[in-house]
Design a protein around this ligand. Sequence first.
Ligand SMILES: NC(=O)c1ccc[n+]([C@@H]2O[C@H](COP(=O)([O-])OP(=O)(O)OC[C@H]3O[C@@H](n4cnc5c(N)ncnc54)[C@H](OP(=O)(O)O)[C@@H]3O)[C@@H](O)[C@H]2O)c1
Length: 293
Amino acid sequence: MILDSSSVVVVTGASSGLGAALATDCARRGCTVVLVARRADRLAQVAEAVTNAGGTAVSITADVSQESECDRVIREVVGAFGRIDALINNAGRGNMNSIEDTPTEQWRSMFAVNVDSIFWLTAKALPHMRSRNSGSIVAISSVAGRYGHPFNAAYVAAKHAVVGFIAALRTELVGTSINATVVCPAGIITEWADATEGGSIGALYGAAIPRSRTIARESGLSTAPLSRMMTAEECSAIIIDAILAGRTDDVFTHSGTKDIAVQTLQDRCAQEDRFESLWRAMREAYESQRQSG
Ligand SMILES: NC(=O)c1ccc[n+]([C@@H]2O[C@H](COP(=O)([O-])OP(=O)(O)OC[C@H]3O[C@@H](n4cnc5c(N)ncnc54)[C@H](OP(=O)(O)O)[C@@H]3O)[C@@H](O)[C@H]2O)c1
């Protein structure tokens, strides 16, 4: 697909991290970028970056975990521009709790922001894309949408649901010129780990990195299970290329992660056994974090 000055791109979670980078990349192509998130002050900063990069910015302050807010976003965009060329469902949050420590509200909020929002926005945007038989729908899942990680089961389950949703969407788009893609990044340097519900999860992953390298060496993996962190800009560039190429396959942004996902699919139990020392390191870090309050 083409992204140029005639394109209207909606980016959710545009107030920081990957969403801000995606918005700025679209702006470099001259697009009108609709920035959606809850923090108005941060949206204003990204809007300035979008304008400086050559795009047109429209900020909509909205909580996409509410259906009525998603409805309003799409109505405002269609009302103002009459079209949506790309919908980038990027808004998301993580959680940090063992399953038995996860409050029901946290479980529900993980699904509301990470999954329900994508259903509502996509369902409301699709009729407008269908009327022009054109458009691109992107959802940011995660490698957590492909294989399990401990102490964020609600997030892992939600990101798996995103992969399933986009797979089902593609089967409904057969015969149209509307593309749907799910993106599965590994670590990106953003605010995500600290914005996590239940406390920062960064230390848990940090504690497991040395074991991750040992596992890679011992198992002959090309990349360690916890691969190198990417900048939001690097990750955004890969996603924009995928949109421009009209890719409808699942996009793995970090090298080696697709291999791990495929191996997991082939033999999930063997893969979980292979990574056992990771899970142990994360449990130790989780328990010590809990003890220190
Ligand atoms: N960072 C990683 O390592 C990593 C890895 C794999 C996948 N991902 C995924 O990448 C996506 C982007 O995350 P990020 O890394 O860029 O983290 P981030 O910097 O924390 O950005 C998250 C964005 O989502 C928005 N958001 C959260 N809840 C929202 C709500 N209820 N309504 C509207 N917007 C909401 C936040 O804006 P407000 O707070 O202003 O609303 C923010 O703009 C997420 O889906 C995340 O799960 C991240």
